[in-house]
Ligand binder design. Structure first.
Ligand SMILES: Cc1cc2nc3c(=O)[nH]c(=O)nc-3n(C[C@H](O)[C@H](O)[C@H](O)COP(=O)(O)OP(=O)(O)OC[C@H]3O[C@@H](n4cnc5c(N)ncnc54)[C@H](O)[C@@H]3O)c2cc1C
Length: 481
């Protein structure tokens, strides 16, 4: 808990009602969407970059860490304070400051909820493309810090492809702009460095985002396969033919069994896998693309391809996907969501390996994922209340992550490294690589007080990580990754 003097100093900056320090208030900020816990000494809710700057200066004078926090939906423990200090919550900085429809950009504050931006833009015929499945809640600042993706990022790219400029508060409290309103700028691209830096380099206080025109037409297809291998081949074949659907998602049999019981979306529980594919663009070309995709799926053995043209039909096809994670709660009381990426062509091989690991450990593993990006989310279902089960699930998860890396993939597609995966960083980066990254962190924030204990592996022989508990999720019915 914070000392009285710190509280008074913070209140002088942000106002009395924007500082939380009572133990019962701090509890709300001790976790994110993982189950890891860590209490801050105080929570501040600033309303401007100037206030953020003053809080950072105060924290620096007192040698306290500062952890930026948006909605706390992170899935790798990113917003959890590992060393106390000040948690700086951006949810009161949620204004859309400007929409420049002609130049297709908007200037927003970091606490703005992702979906609220697209909702506000629809009257301009525009939208913001990156759509994490948590988009009803998560903030754009959190999206920038995690370089978030989403089901529709296959065609359009992830957050970094849609951010032109950032206003940030640096470790000494200075307010600076990185990037700007134009696509390319001379000099080092510091904007890109901050995107995906998980709150360790700077605190984002304004974002200039790119906007896209709403598509004229959208068609959704559900292709049903009796073999997982066929579905995986269809993913590569569609993209290999030069098509780039807006979304290309896969659900396996384990997932569909749970989904049907819970959501009744009409997905056939006896099938091995379904692909949910969305194409969008101009009216004329979208119909042709949908037909071409249908033909590819059928040639590769799809037993049925359903097509949705109207918003209602499309929503019905998506219902099972959107309800998938909540439905998985029927398999076991707890589950561990993994996030790894592999080259698309390796999907059949890696999925075989995932099921083999599940069988060996005796856990059902449900796969529901962004297949077009090769971004897997195996969900290990287990019972945390049984002694030793959580440890076993974590071991199985570690094997799956290793499998992804050995297949030429990597340890995260969109959830970040946070606390969860920092020990896996050595699998893909040499000591020299890590040292180079550390130097970047030091160049930005020499005392490394922004979000300590994240991304970098624990020093050998030194601190232990809390990865063991950072990743086990009890998920609610609306959960959809
Ligand atoms: C059900 C569910 C579905 C999800 N689906 C997806 C998905 O499809 N794609 C995906 O990518 N992720 C997904 N996520 C993960 C999560 O929603 C994203 O990582 C999201 O970007 C986090 O945003 P947030 O506002 O909740 O950030 P928080 O969890 O509050 O913070 C996340 C990280 O961002 C940092 N941060 C926050 N704000 C700032 C700021 N202003 N400046 C600097 N650093 C900051 C924090 O320090 C922390 O390291 C999902 C999560 C859930 C629970």
């Amino acid at each position: 808990m914070a000392d009285r003097k710190l509280v008074r100093e913070l209140q002088a900056i942000v106002g009395r009602d924007a500082v939380l320090h009572a133990p019962e208030d701090l509890l709300v900020y001790e976790y994110d969407a993982t189950i890891e816990r860590g209490l801050p000494e105080a929570v501040v809710l600033p309303t401007s970059a100037e206030q953020v700057s003053q809080v950072v200066k105060l924290a620096r004078r007192r040698g306290l860490p500062v952890v930026a926090r948006g909605a706390g939906t992170g899935l790798s423990g990113g917003a959890i304070p590992t060393a106390g200090g000040i948690t700086l919550v951006t949810t009161r900085m949620k204004r859309i400051l400007e929409v420049d429809a002609e130049n297709r950009l908007a200037v927003v504050e970091p606490g703005l909820v992702n979906l609220d931006l697209s909702a506000a833009l629809s009257r301009f015929g525009l939208y913001y493309a990156p759509d994490p499945s948590s988009q009803k809640v998560c903030t754009l600042g959190g999206n920038v810090a995690e370089n978030a993706g989403g089901p529709h990022c296959l065609a359009y790219g992830v957050t970094t492809n849609h951010v032109l400029g950032l206003e940030v508060v640096l470790a000494d409290g200075q307010i600076a702009w990185l990037g700007g309103r134009t696509a390319d700028r001379p000099g080092y691209d510091l904007r890109s460095l901050v995107i995906g830096s998980e709150g360790t380099l700077a605190i984002v206080t304004k974002i200039i985002v790119r906007l896209l025109p709403l598509p004229e037409a959208t068609i959704t297809l559900l292709a049903i396969f009796n073999e997982m291998e066929q579905a995986s081949q269809a993913v590569s074949a569609i993209i290999g033919k030069g098509m780039l659907p807006a979304a290309l998602e896969m659900l396996d049999k384990v997932t569909m069994g749970a989904v049907e019981e819970a959501v009744h979306a009409g997905y056939p529980p006896d099938a091995a896998a379904v692909l949910l594919i969305e194409v969008e663009g101009w009216q004329d070309s979208v119909g042709e693309q949908a037909e071409a995709i249908r033909a590819i799926c059928e040639n590769l053995g799809a037993r049925e391809v359903r097509i949705g043209f109207t918003p209602e039909d499309r929503e019905a096809l998506w219902a099972g996907r959107k309800g998938a994670l909540g439905a998985l709660g029927r398999l076991a009381p707890s589950y561990y969501i993994l996030d790894g990426t592999v080259p698309r062509t390796k999907l059949p091989q890696v999925l075989r390996g995932v099921y083999e690991i599940g069988e060996r450990y005796g856990f059902p593993i449900a796969n529901v994922f962004h297949a077009g990006d090769g971004n897997l989310h195996p969900n290990i279902a287990f019972d945390e209340s049984q002694p030793g089960e959580a440890e076993k699930a974590l071991e199985a998860g570690t094997e799956i992550m290793r499998l992804c890396v050995d297949a030429g993939g990597t340890i995260t597609g969109e959830h970040g490294v946070g606390m969860e995966k920092r020990d896996f960083m050595r699998w893909i980066f040499s000591d020299d690589d890590l040292e180079a990254m550390k130097r970047i962190q030091v160049a930005f924030a020499s005392e490394q007080r922004f979000n300590p204990g994240k991304i970098f592996p624990a020093a050998s022989g030194g601190e232990t990580t809390s990865r063991q508990r950072a990743v086990i999720h009890p998920l609610g019915p609306d959960a959809y990754v």
